[in-house]
Write a protein that binds this ligand. Structure first.
Ligand code: ATP
Ligand code: MG
Length: 240
């Protein structure tokens, strides 16, 4: 059975034009992401990971090439339609969490619901539900500065999930965390992917993501140098 393509990218280029030079951040990238996949973008610093994720997230535009999200050609869409697509279809997680410092954890999670015009009581109920899912039901009234990095990233994950997205974009979500906390965050993303079938595109330097991923795409200098499917081998007791 062929799976639905959530993201389709063809010959994507992104050139940043600076007064002194042009930087070709993406130089002709093509790949698809299918529904339910846990897809990891890997590559050294400067290889184009964030540029690619920002374009998939429709917060940046390609210089050339074609990008389809949920079957919709992004360059043909008006900004207002893209804002709806972002809010209804996608969730974003960043390396430095991007929480609003003046708001409590619970209020931070409510932000996408405010944009979606969800009434107050329902916002409260849904943000509490998400806090529980990420194991922070006791911390809803804490502000970001009163939370550890791992807890802040959990709040950011809850905020990304509160609108029930189909696609979760995570740009180096564990880069600021210690090894153990980073592992817990990756496992949380994997469980969300498996239990709810949410497609995840995650960028990382962290080799441990290989174990969790269905496909890895390696970028180097704005080009794909390798894209491989990871066959998960499940070893049971009787195999030993
Ligand atoms: N707004 C910008 N203006 C000019 N050049 C940019 C801009 N954003 C990124 N670049 C350049 O584009 C290239 C790719 O950057 P990008 O941020 O996508 O890399 P990355 O793989 O995410 O790196 P890192 O692992 O350090 O986050 C780099 O050479 C970078 O300097
Ligand atoms: Mg980056």
């Amino acid at each position: 059975m062929t799976k639905t393509k959530v993201v389709e990218i063809k010959d994507l280029e992104r050139t940043y034009v600076l007064p002194s030079e042009e930087i070709k951040a993406l130089k002709g990238v093509s790949f698809d992401v299918v529904e339910g996949e846990f897809h990891c973008i890997m590559g050294v610093s400067g290889s184009g990971k964030s540029t690619l994720l920002n374009i998939i997230g429709t917060i940046d535009k390609p210089t050339k090439g074609d990008v389809k999200i949920a079957g919709r050609t992004i360059i043909e869409e008006e900004e207002e339609a893209l804002a709806h697509l972002r809010n209804d279809f996608m969730g974003f997680i960043y390396q430095d969490y991007h929480l609003i410092p003046s708001l409590t954890a619970q209020k931070n999670i409510e932000v996408p619901l405010i944009f979606a015009n969800i009434p107050r009581e329902e916002r409260k109920r849904r943000s509490k539900e998400e806090l529980k899912r990420v194991g922070l039901e006791e911390r809803g009234d804490h502000r970001p500065t009163q939370l550890s990095g791992g807890q802040q990233q959990r709040v950011a994950i809850a905020r990304a999930l509160v609108n029930k997205p189909k696609l979760l974009l995570a740009d180096e979500p564990t880069a600021n965390l210690d090894i153990k906390t980073g592992k817990l965050i990756l496992e949380l993303l994997k469980s969300i992917n498996q239990e709810e079938g949410i497609t995840v595109i995650n960028s990382s330097h962290d080799l441990r993501v290989i174990d969790l991923s269905d496909r890895i795409t390696y970028l180097r200098g704005g080009r794909i140098v390798e894209s491989m499917e990871i066959m998960s081998i499940k070893i049971t007791k009787k195999d030993l």
